[in-house]
Design a protein. Structure first.
Lengths: 290, 399
């Protein structure tokens, strides 16, 4: 039982990070129908930026966190204006490929600027483990779970309750109708990319002390995508739940079946779910629009 | 008529002369009256650039010193190097260029295993002597090649020695292993399995593998924790090992931690932080290049600094790839001096094979023979101290 709860707790820690990245995927997808494959790289950029601000410029942790997230959000807007808006009327595949290209450029850019050096984010909270009911946890992982869940909730409330958020929802439902009722679609798109990028950056900064910072660390971001698909790509709560689930499944499969197979197991579950319920576990069926 | 006859006569004589004298006057590739061309392909960019930059700087420094002294037997060294970015394809291209276009006499140092193994066939076929100082893959010598020589202990030797240290010196009774599923990790795992059974009579309590590029090892670490080992061998590259060490501590593993040759670099502490303290690993050279007080290493550090880094070394430098490449260059120099003015590739290889206990202080003493081109079976055991720096603990292994 101890092992089981340990496995679940560690899975949730992972899952909370997947959820942040996954949420970013979904936010952008719902509004623009684009799967942004540069999310992982944005995550990496967030971590790099925070590391630079925190270690090199000695800015306090929370300020560095905020600045990195804001910076990446702004960078997301710039990307949308410079690269994606011009492609708005191109086939969605073109746009998706553009995000792949942007991701590669970001990775290469960081490698040129910083080299392929490995760095570790000095964690502000202690990683000294302690026991709760036989389960080993660290203040670090607990705080990651808490912050991630808080952020996810905050954004979900934002979409449900605020005017801006509702405008974004409306745009994702029907672009033309939203325009007709006076929502600026361009502004909404900028906002969508800003939020998506900021979420990825937040995940990156939180993840940084758990792994190590390299230009390649973004590859873990793809797990957020898989989690979101698992839960339902068109539903925000569904995607978030899917990401948590993915983290737990990976760990369960890894511990109780075979550790080197944990990715395979996660993918098998994904394929199985999609065969039975193509819209994802918690996804709503997408109505065909006339 | 007589003119024509004379001309014909000349032609005949010169043809005969060139046939008869051909083998003697035919120029050896890469050797002229005034220079010897030495080539290197190595990663100078990309994720493993540190290794190649170390090797290149070392040989460049040596070249400068030799040439300032007037060369070897009147011939200056012309050192030619290309960047392969650690990619097998670019390594192939670079090798072709070095051998066909630049016509180098010999190759030095080489690249990471992934970019050295694919070119070993060309090197052997073209009969170019190659003194290797980066790759420790056992397949570099399989099948045996007359032209390839290695400067430090191979992967087998590294695994033997760290395992011996773990069981004999640290008295580990319940060993466990976590390893990368690539050639390097699986090779280490096989030796772990074999040696535990045949040499140490101790049973492994857990063996977990992960895939290259993995960034989270929670599942593996939890399974290992459940098996309750008292020693864990991490057969991984330093980046991953850094995360594994940290996660092992965070998830409450109390076992002593050990690492193969891939982990004994400063990258480990950068990934693991304070969790790395006490981590014990195997190192292929006897001295830790950054901190050693051995006169040979200190001398190298000082010369390197004045020559290329007056404002201070980049992170991770000088590395063991610095000192190993410099030792390879010194071995080359000693051999060239012994061969003398009549320099051929075959004569160079013959002379290299007579090397006995060549000791620079920067690597372990190197010996070769007609059928053994592995320079040494010795390695160093190193440990991360409380100041997060590597410390030398003991020599282990031997012929």
């Amino acid at each position: 039982v101890e092992l089981l709860s340990q496995v679940v707790i560690s899975g949730i820690t992972l899952g909370s990070l997947y959820a942040l990245v996954g949420l970013g995927f979904v936010v952008i997808y719902r509004a623009t129908k684009v799967v942004n494959f540069a999310q992982g790289e944005m995550m990496m950029l967030g971590a790099m930026l925070a590391l630079y601000l925190f270690s090199d410029l000695s800015i306090p942790y929370f300020a560095a966190f905020l600045l990195a997230v804001l910076g990446c959000g702004m960078f997301g807007v710039v990307l949308e204006r410079a690269a994606y808006r011009k492609l708005l009327n191109a086939p969605v595949v073109t746009l998706i490929l553009a995000t792949v290209a942007v991701g590669q450029m970001m990775r290469a850019g960081v490698r040129i600027l910083r080299g392929s050096e490995v760095s570790r984010f000095p964690s502000i909270l202690s990683a000294e483990p302690f026991l709760i009911a036989g389960v080993t946890v660290t203040p670090l992982s607990l705080s990651i779970i808490t912050i991630a869940i808080l952020l996810v909730c905050a954004f979900m409330l934002f979409f449900r309750k605020t005017r801006l958020g509702k405008g974004m929802e409306a745009t994702s439902e029907n672009r033309d109708a939203a325009l007709l009722v006076g929502i600026s679609v361009n502004q909404t798109f900028s906002l969508v990319w800003a939020i998506g990028s900021a979420l990825a950056a937040a995940a990156g900064v939180l993840l940084a002390p758990l792994i190590i910072i390299t230009p390649e660390m973004g590859t873990i971001g793809i797990k957020g995508f898989i989690g979101a698909i698992l839960g339902g790509f068109n539903s925000i709560p569904g995607a978030v739940a899917g990401c948590f689930l993915l983290g737990v499944i990976e760990n369960l499969g890894g511990v109780y079946i075979a550790s080197s197979m944990k990715d395979v197991i996660a993918f098998c579950v994904l394929v199985l779910v999609l065969t039975i319920k193509p819209q994802g576990l918690f996804g709503a069926e997408e109505g065909k629009r006339a | 008529m007589t003119k024509l006859a004379r001309r014909l006569g000349f032609a005949v004589i010169s043809v005969l002369a060139s046939v008869a004298l051909g083998p003697i006057v035919r120029a050896e590739p890469g050797v002229t009256d005034t220079e010897i061309r030495i080539g290197m392909w190595t990663p100078l960019s990309g994720p493993v650039a540190l290794l190649g930059q170390s090797a290149r700087d070392a040989v460049r420094l040596w070249t400068k010193e030799i040439n300032e002294k007037g060369g070897i037997h009147g011939r200056k060294i012309n050192f030619i190097f290309y960047d392969d970015a650690g990619s097998p394809q670019e390594a192939q291209a670079a090798i072709r260029r070095l051998i066909d276009q630049d016509q180098v006499f010999m190759l030095i140092s080489g690249s990471v295993s992934g970019s050295t193994l694919p070119v070993r066939q060309i090197v052997t076929r073209e009969k170019v002597p190659f003194v290797s100082s980066i790759s420790s893959n056992i397949n570099l010598m399989k099948p045996f090649s007359r032209y390839i020589f290695r400067i430090y202990g191979n992967e087998d030797v590294q695994a033997y020695n760290i395992l011996g240290w773990m069981i004999n010196n640290e008295k580990v009774q319940r060993p466990a292993i976590i390893y990368n599923s690539n050639d390097y990790g699986v090779g280490g795992f096989q030796i772990y399995q074999d040696r535990l059974k045949t040499a140490h009579q101790v049973a492994s309590v857990a063996a977990e593998r992960y895939n290259p590029g993995d960034q989270d090892f929670t599942a593996q670490v939890l399974r290992i924790k459940a098996a309750n080992p008292d020693g864990l061998l991490i057969y991984a590259f330093a980046q991953e090992a850094g995360i594994i060490v940290r996660q092992a501590k965070e998830l409450g593993i109390a076992a002593k931690l050990f690492g193969g040759g891939g982990t004994s670099t400063p990258l480990l502490q950068r990934g693991a932080g304070p969790a790395a303290i006490g981590f014990t690993a195997v190192l292929v050279v006897p001295e830790i290049p950054e901190t050693s007080t051995n006169p040979a290493v200190v001398g190298y550090r000082d010369k390197l600094k004045t020559a290329f880094y007056p404002d201070g070394f980049p992170p991770g430098r000088p590395s063991e790839y610095d000192t190993a490449a410099y030792a390879a260059a010194m071995l080359t120099q000693a051999t060239l001096e012994k061969v003398g003015r009549n320099l051929t590739r075959e004569a160079f290889v013959d002379m290299l094979e007579t090397t006995k206990n060549f000791d620079t202080g920067m690597t372990f003493p190197i010996s070769y023979s007609k059928d053994n081109h592995e320079g040494t079976t010795e390695t160093e055991i190193v440990k991360v101290g409380p100041d997060l720096k590597w410390q030398a603990v003991a020599r282990s292994g031997g012929r």
